[in-house]
Design a protein. Structure first.
Length: 204
């Protein structure tokens, strides 16, 4: 059974609040957002930001995230290495949070965004609600990916005792922050209205 969409009815749906308007409206009168038609070429921006995030995520895991100097002895830890070190010191909860927020969530976001971008171009996909729920989850958990960067920033600001002890962000911190920012831009570039229609019902 075909479902009548706003596009089929000649209307434009607001991507911010969901209200539909006639084509003569340039802005949503409810929330003030700019109205625009569904455009499948927007997926190019999704993929561009996605690949940029993936490129920066590789060095973010290869280079040290945290550099700790204690009495002249320097120790460098990558994201995974830091989680392992926390686990060895029996900080199991913190280790799981760091590993989940810095490894599992970013990888999950890459997979979810890629799946959604591919799914909206597949005419044989089954329904839209599961994809919409997945998109909402990606939007919700994306902000928690920065927890590792926040921890490094806080420790760097608090632990500065000269020769005795000091903590500095490693080269991976900037790469990780950029990777998270790019994946967030990728998710924000995705038009959820694409979920509800096939390629033959999207304007080019």
């Amino acid at each position: 059974m075909n479902v009548l969409t706003a596009t089929d009815a000649g209307l434009i749906g607001c991507t911010r609040c969901g209200r539909v308007w006639t084509p003569d409206h340039a802005h949503c009168e409810r929330c003030g957002a700019t109205l625009h038609k569904v455009d499948k070429t927007g997926l190019q921006r999704v993929w561009a930001w996605w690949f940029a995030g993936l490129i920066f995520y590789i060095p973010a895991n290869l280079y040290p995230m945290l550099v700790t100097a204690t009495l002249g002895h320097e120790q460098q830890n990558t994201i995974v290495g830091g989680a392992i070190e926390l686990w060895r010191h029996h900080n199991y909860g913190v280790a799981l949070i760091v590993f989940g927020a810095s490894v599992m969530i970013p990888i999950g976001k890459f997979i979810a965004i890629a799946y959604l971008a591919i799914a909206v171009g597949n005419e044989r996909r089954k329904g839209g609600h599961p994809h919409l729920h997945l998109y909402e989850v990606v939007e919700f958990i994306g902000r928690w990916s920065m927890i590792d960067v926040f921890v490094v920033a806080i420790l760097s600001a608090l632990v500065q005792l000269g020769f005795v002890a000091s903590i500095h962000p490693g080269p991976a911190a900037a790469s990780f922050a950029l990777s998270v920012a790019f994946t967030m831009l990728s998710a924000q570039s995705f038009d959820p209205r694409l979920i509800w229609r096939g390629p033959d019902r999207v304007s080019s």
